[in-house]
Design a binder for this molecule. Structure first.
Ligand code: HEC
Length: 158
């Protein structure tokens, strides 16, 4: 008898507290949920905005002058040695290629596109002034199906 009464009272107390807690402030809990969600809704656009402006892949940026998109293979394969302004290509080993479309036409009698193709397929055929035979051959194979796109991109860099 004495053993059960406190337990029954305790159970009643807990039930009463639970009912009061559940029904006592219905307005509070309803208000609290949207308040807690609001900051999350604000955080999403804040983290998305810097990603859109700063995290934008360089490969989707238009070329500074020509408006031709930078091929991904150029950044990853050639960008380790060559720089094109305002792209992910920032290498310092070879000549800057920011205006190679214009410069290429002055290098040999080949014309800009043919010179650029030769520079990639057979880099030592003509050495850019001031540079040694450092560029490896076979880079056209490394570019694979993007070779023509890279040549067209470089020709567009006036
Ligand atoms: C290991 C460094 C290195 C890599 C990688 C490299 N190059 Fe070069 N590149 C050079 C050097 C050094 C020169 C200058 C010597 C010469 O003309 O071969 C050069 C020259 C050139 C030239 C002629 C530039 C001028 O002013 O006449 C072009 C065009 C060129 N590279 C394109 C590319 C392309 C496209 C790729 C990627 C497929 C590439 N290079 C990868 C080092 C590199």
């Amino acid at each position: 008898m004495f053993g059960r009464t406190p337990i029954a009272l305790l159970a009643l107390l807990i039930a009463a507290v639970a009912i009061v807690a559940a029904c006592g402030n219905p307005g509070e809990s309803v208000v609290a949920q949207p308040t807690a969600l609001a900051p999350q809704d604000e955080i999403t656009p804040i983290t998305a905005d810097p990603a859109d402006s700063d995290g934008e892949p360089a490969t989707q940026e238009p070329a500074p002058s020509g408006g031709v998109a930078v091929p991904t293979a150029f950044i990853t394969t050639c960008g380790i040695c060559h720089t094109v302004a305002d792209t992910g290509a920032a290498g310092q080993v070879g000549p800057e290629l920011t205006h190679i479309g214009t410069i290429a036409s002055t290098r040999t009698d080949l014309g800009a596109e043919a010179y650029i193709r030769q520079s990639i397929e057979d880099p030592t055929a003509f050495l850019a002034p001031g540079f040694g035979p450092v560029m490896p051959g076979g880079m056209d194979a490394a570019l694979g199906s993007e070779f023509d796109a890279v040549v067209a991109y470089l020709v567009s860099l006036q």
